[in-house]
Write a new protein. Structure first.
Ligand SMILES: NC(=O)c1ccc[n+]([C@@H]2O[C@H](COP(=O)([O-])OP(=O)(O)OC[C@H]3O[C@@H](n4cnc5c(N)ncnc54)[C@H](O)[C@@H]3O)[C@@H](O)[C@H]2O)c1
Length: 320
């Protein structure tokens, strides 16, 4: 229940953040968004939310939090590209660690009730010893992005222990769904969907046997909502427990879109995990959460979204 509460969504113009904003508004929360629009889009923004075009790594964001006095913070703003993090780990750390620290410090000062942090499971554990990988598996990132998301999570825990600033960290698998940027480097589902609908040949990095845990953005938003009142001071995987190869994603999308050709193959990218799936039993226990959307249904909804946006933009699929 919203009870007149105000929620701040950092990164609320982005893929996951914009879905979060929509759901919070549906549930009658007052919603404030902070986004620098580095990858987020104005068209993703719900007009029911108050928007601050601001960079979380810069001082003015603290004044905005001071003014807005949110009750809850969904911290989703981040540098999200693994490749960019390997090329420029300093910028990655600035956005993901320094930016998070500013969010934490401002939240502590205004007495925020709880921060729900969008962490990564896919980039945190490296190539795990056992699959699905449990929440307690050793943390061994293989990219600066995995490192920065992990350090930020540890700051969450530090603020919890030191200042009693409540938090839950949700470690996502590969999130997919409508509005994911089909022009970015991540989001293989969005990239393949767009290419297939445009009749262009998608590229698979490596041989396509690498496996990921694909979780729908709608299930991820549900987990964030469940974490408002539960899972205090805990970190947990939000995923399906199923490892799906990139080749399989390609095949399912090919069936849905009617695309007829094979994929191109490009060299494997640096900093990528080979095979991962995430055990979500802690989220089941602590949040009473379970993924509800099957891969086939989720992929169908994603393709439907890209088809619609393609029709409404005169043939060019967009992320909106
Ligand atoms: N998509 C996934 O598969 C996935 C998996 C694990 C974790 N996550 C995490 O979920 C969160 C959301 O990711 P997404 O996939 O929606 O990516 P996204 O790029 O669509 O969203 C990130 C948003 O943050 C904004 N942003 C970036 N740097 C900022 C800054 N310095 N100040 C203010 N705003 C800034 C961007 O403009 C964008 O709107 C991120 O924290 C990401 O690390 C995503």
């Amino acid at each position: 229940m919203a009870d007149g509460k105000k929620a701040l969504v950092t990164g609320g113009a982005g893929f996951i953040g914009s879905h979060m904003v929509d759901r919070l508004l549906e549930l009658d929360y007052k919603v404030v968004v902070m986004d620098d629009l580095s990858t987020g889009k104005i068209k993703n923004l719900n007009s029911g939310a108050v928007f601050h075009h601001t960079d979380i790594t810069k001082r003015p964001m603290m004044e905005i939090i001071q003014r807005e006095q949110p009750d809850l913070v969904f911290h989703m703003a981040a540098q999200t590209s693994v490749t960019a993090s390997t090329k420029n780990p300093i910028d990655d750390t600035n956005a993901n660690v320094v930016g998070t620290l500013r969010v934490l410090e401002a939240s502590r000062r205004v007495g925020v009730e709880k921060i729900i942090y969008s962490c990564t499971g896919g980039a945190l554990y490296g190539d795990p010893d056992t699959i699905p990988c449990t929440d307690d598996a050793p943390i061994r990132p293989v990219s600066p992005y995995g490192m920065s998301k992990w350090i930020a999570e540890q700051y969450m825990d530090f603020y919890y222990r030191q200042y009693r600033l409540n938090y839950t960290s949700l470690r996502y698998g590969n999130v997919y769904g409508p509005r994911q940027d089909p022009h970015g480097e991540a989001g293989v589902v969005a990239i393949f969907s767009r290419s297939m609908l445009e009749g262009q040949q998608p590229s698979i990095y490596g041989d396509g046997t690498q496996e990921r845990d694909f979780v729908s953005v709608f299930d991820v938003v549900d987990a964030n909502l469940e974490a408002i009142d539960r899972g205090d001071g805990l970190c947990m995987n939000i995923a399906t427990g199923e490892a799906t190869s990139i080749n399989r994603i390609f095949d399912i999308l090919r069936n849905i879109t009617g695309y007829k050709w094979e994929a191109l193959h490009a060299p494997q990218r640096a900093g990528e995990v080979y095979k991962i799936a995430l055990d979500w039993s802690r989220a089941a226990l602590e949040l009473d959460w379970a993924p509800k959307i099957s891969l086939e249904e989720g992929l169908q909804r994603t393709v439907d979204h890209f088809r619609e946006s393609m029709n409404s933009s005169g043939g060019v699929p967009t992320a909106g």
